[in-house]
Design a protein around this ligand. Sequence first.
Ligand SMILES: *[C@@H]1O[C@H](CO)[C@@H](O)[C@H](O)[C@H]1NC(C)=O
Ligand SMILES: *[C@@H]1O[C@H](CO)[C@@H](O)[C@H](O)[C@H]1NC(C)=O
Ligand SMILES: *[C@@H]1O[C@H](CO)[C@@H](O)[C@H](O)[C@H]1NC(C)=O
Ligand SMILES: *[C@@H]1O[C@H](CO)[C@@H](O)[C@H](O)[C@H]1NC(C)=O
Length: 511
Amino acid sequence: MHVSSLSLSLTALALVSPCTAHPQSRLAQPILQKASDTQARADAVKEAFSHAWDGYYQYAFPHDELHPVSDGYGDSRNGWGASAVDALSTAVIMRNATIVNQILDHVAKIDYSKTDSTVSLFETTIRYLGGMLSGYDLLNGPASDLVEESSKVDVLLTQSKSLGDVLKFAFDTPSGVPYNNLNITSGGNDGAKTNGLAVTGSLALEWTRLSDLTGDTTYAKLSQKAESYLLNPQPKSSEPFPGLVGSNIDIATGKFTDAQVSWNGGDDSYYEYLIKMYVYDPERFGLYKDRWVAAAQSTIQHLASHPSTRPDLTFLASYNNGNLQLSSQHLTCFDGGSFLLGGTVLNRTDFINFGLDLVNGCHDTYNSTLTGIGPETFSWDPNSIPSSQQALFDSAGFYITSGAYILRPEVIESFYYAWRVTGDETYREWIWSAFSSVNKYCRTGSGFAGLTNVNAADGGSRYDNQESFLFAEVLKYSYMAFAGDAEWQVQKGSGNKFVFNTEAHPMRVST
Ligand SMILES: *[C@@H]1O[C@H](CO)[C@@H](O)[C@H](O)[C@H]1NC(C)=O
Ligand SMILES: *[C@@H]1O[C@H](CO)[C@@H](O)[C@H](O)[C@H]1NC(C)=O
Ligand SMILES: *[C@@H]1O[C@H](CO)[C@@H](O)[C@H](O)[C@H]1NC(C)=O
Ligand SMILES: *[C@@H]1O[C@H](CO)[C@@H](O)[C@H](O)[C@H]1NC(C)=O
């Protein structure tokens, strides 16, 4: 849910030579097998967070991210310290005042009006704006004891407003559908004719929260105007099934330019935010909920797909002009969590059960590989199986089309929703297994690195990059499963006090 295009995310990474430091083993055994009780597991996740923070702080801070193999750094997110801002809400939830104060001191120094790079409206919104607003809501509320001077917390909101003011020109188009790729120095853009579904439709939560906290309605209006074209899609042909819409929107007219339907990267968080906006404020966002319900029902009816070799499993296919494509992605695995959230909030057992089916399918992609971590992309189309993967398809119901793992959170995220909504310990065990595999295979001397092949005994080679969402998401969802109940945790039923943006930053719901 964090990268609008899959190819972008993978090509940006430098490959390093195969890693031989990691012992080979048939099954991924939890690194802390004795950590049988919940507290020990929560502590193990905290330790992983501290390991990653210490490495980032030593070798990369205040740059955007650590290069965890070479102990270098990168600035892929405009050089404003993406990992620090993305780590804030997790450090708060883990109650590490030292790290929280280090990050607050950094945020006060960021100049959001300056960068040499192209700025992604979407990535900047979900990581920086979401990270700061979440920190503000947590430190002004249930975690206020972590910071002594309230002025340090107030900076989070003034900096959020500064960032919103830098970015808002993106919406200055004939339709109000924004450009995504911006030159904030010149006020320019990349000249794109269309914008994507997810990047257009995953702004309203953060921009509405910014308006609600500052009292300046500008930001909410801009994001909701853009969203209005997605909620009322034109032409009619761009909505082949009720609620399921195309992938690209004409920036000049607000009309969809295609009718390709999926829950994959590029489309994903549009559907995610429909129900989350309703959780944020059921009064204002009833239409968003209606659109999510329509999409969810159509998804069960038209996109649910069962591999021929494993009819017990459920994956989501994508659809274009009468054809189903039997392939999916790690990114798509947020889907179970979305059905579980909508199902519990709306009291719809059918959505909860379908969500658990999706969670089970994504678990199978983890459970069936040699590392215990699932692949970036996979397929179950029986007509194009590589012969080397026939055995995997026969037993696991899918085959791998990209075996990379770049520290993505979506599978653990959906396990977390399953745990919170059902209370079934199975899902916490799955989180522990997944976290343990990441800790075992991805851990380096200074942090965590991606893997090139989750189905090689040692995970293949390492990518020398540690995405900021390792801090924001993987370690937060893992930790929260083993931490005590708290106001920010996802609640069963309709009593949520916080709602998580697509980068896992919890924001207080509208009051
Ligand atoms: C907070 O994080 C620092 C840096 O990783 C670590 O050394 C310290 O033990 C942590 N403190 C707590 C209370 O967890
Ligand atoms: C943004 O525009 C300025 C002024 O025209 C130019 O100097 C700079 O190179 C541009 N930045 C990017 C990332 O294209
Ligand atoms: C949820 O729906 C069921 C019927 O499907 C009903 O019996 C139950 O009371 C509802 N719960 C709430 C909290 O509304
Ligand atoms: C897969 O999951 C099943 C059931 O949860 C478990 O018994 C089995 O050991 C797992 N296999 C691997 C390879 O993790």
